[in-house]
Ligand binder design. Structure first.
Ligand code: ZN
Ligand code: ZN
Length: 304
C-alpha cells in the first residue's frame, strides 16, 4: 500500500512528475496491502505452470509436422493423458505446498526489505538484480542438486523429479514436496541478499519458472532466444541429466554451464556430445539420412 492518497502527493514526495509506469503502478497498488501484492505470486505461478507448457503439448502432439527433428529424445513419445497426469500432480503440489508456502512466507519478505512503493526501479536496476538472482540461484541450486544425487537424497527425495527420463514442460516443477521446499531456498536467497522492488521479485519468480519449463521442454529449438545468453545451459543440457537419471554425475546446474565446468561435472555430457557428433559425421559420410538429434546408450562419466 502506498503512503500517498493522491498522485499529487506522490509528485511532491518524489520532487518530480511520475513516469507512465509509476502512474500505472500508483493506480494499481495504492489501495492494495503489501500482503495482497505479495500474494500475486500465487496467481502468477498458477498461470505460468498452467499456460506456458501448453504450446509444448501441441508440439508433442504434432511432432510429425516437422517438430520431430528438434525432439532431444525422439524415441520417447508421451500421450496427452501422460502429460495431463503430470499437470494434475503438479497442481496438487501447487495447492498443498507452493500456495501455502507463499501465504506464510510473507514476514520473510518484509524482513528482507522487498519494497512496494515509489519510485519504481529503473530497467537497468531490474536487469542487474535479475542477473544477480540467477547467478546466486544457479550456484546454490548446483550444490543442493548435487547433494540430492547422493544415495539418501536421491532415494528419499530427488527420485520423484527423475521419473521423467525424457522431461516435458509440465515436469519442470514435478518433484517431491521436500524438494519443492528445499529448492525454494536458492530462489529466495538472491532477493534476500540484494532486495529490490516487488515488481522485480514478481519478474524473478516468473522468469525462473519459465526458464525451468524451457529447460525441461524436451525440445532443442534453434530459434530460442536463450541461446544468446552466455553460458546458458538450456534444454539439451538438462535433458541429458534426466536421460542418465539417478546415476547422473553430470549437469547439476539449473541455469548456466559454468559450475559444472568448474567442478568437473560436465564430463559425461561432453563425452556424450562427442560421440553424437562422431555418429552424425559417420552417417553423413555414409550418405544416410538422419532426421535430427538423437540419443545413444552411453554411460555417464563419474566426475570424481
Ligand atoms: Zn537430478
Ligand atoms: Zn529436471
Amino acid at each position: 500500500m502506498l503512503p500517498f492518497e493522491t498522485i499529487e502527493e506522490a509528485t511532491i514526495f518524489l520532487g518530480r512528475n511520475l513516469t507512465v509506469a509509476e502512474t500505472l503502478w500508483f493506480n494499481y497498488s495504492a489501495k492494495k496491502s503489501d500482503y495482497c501484492l505479495y500474494c500475486h505470486n500465487i496467481l502468477f505461478l498458477f498461470l505460468i505452470f498452467s499456460v506456458v507448457p501448453v504450446p509444448l503439448v501441441f508440439v508433442e502432439m504434432m511432432r510429425s509436422l516437422g517438430f520431430d527433428k528438434y525432439k532431444i529424445q525422439p524415441k520417447v513419445s508421451l500421450s496427452l493423458s501422460d502429460m495431463f497426469r503430470c499437470y494434475k500432480d503438479v497442481m496438487r503440489m501447487f495447492v498443498l505446498v507452493v500456495g501455502p508456502l507463499q501465504l506464510v512466507s510473507y514476514p520473510s519478505i518484509k524482513m528482507i526489505g522487498i519494497r512496494t512503493g515509489l519510485p519504481l526501479p529503473s530497467a537497468w536496476e531490474i536487469l542487474a538484480q535479475l542477473g544477480v538472482y540467477f547467478m546466486i540461484e544457479d550456484y546454490t541450486n548446483y550444490w543442493i542438486h548435487r547433494f540430492l544425487h547422493g544415495k539418501w537424497g536421491y532415494e528419499k527425495i530427488h527420485r520423484v523429479h527423475h521419473e521423467f527420463t525424457a522431461p516435458i514442460g509440465f515436469a519442470a516443477p514435478y518433484a517431491h514436496w521436500a524438494e519443492v521446499l528445499i529448492l525454494g531456498i536458492p530462489s529466495f536467497l538472491g532477493p534476500a541478499i540484494v532486495p529490490g522492488h516487488i515488481i522485480t521479485f514478481w519478474l524473478w519468480i516468473a522468469l525462473r519458472q519459465i526458464e525451468a519449463i524451457e529447460t525441461h521442454s524436451g525440445y532443442d529449438f534453434p530459434w530460442t532466444p536463450t541461446r544468446y545468453i552466455p553460458f546458458y545451459g538450456g534444454a539439451d543440457y538438462h535433458d541429458y541429466h534426466h536421460y542418465v537419471g539417478g546415476q547422473s554425475q553430470s549437469n547439476f546446474a539449473s541455469v548456466f554451464t559454468y559450475c559444472d565446468y568448474i567442478y568437473g561435472t560436465d564430463k559425461g555430457y561432453r563425452y556424450h556430445k562427442k560421440v553424437l557428433r562422431k555418429l552424425k559425421e559417420e552417417s553423413r559420410t555414409n550418405g544416410a539420412q538422419n532426421g535430427g538429434s538423437y540419443y545413444v546408450p552411453t554411460q555417464d562419466l563419474k566426475s570424481e
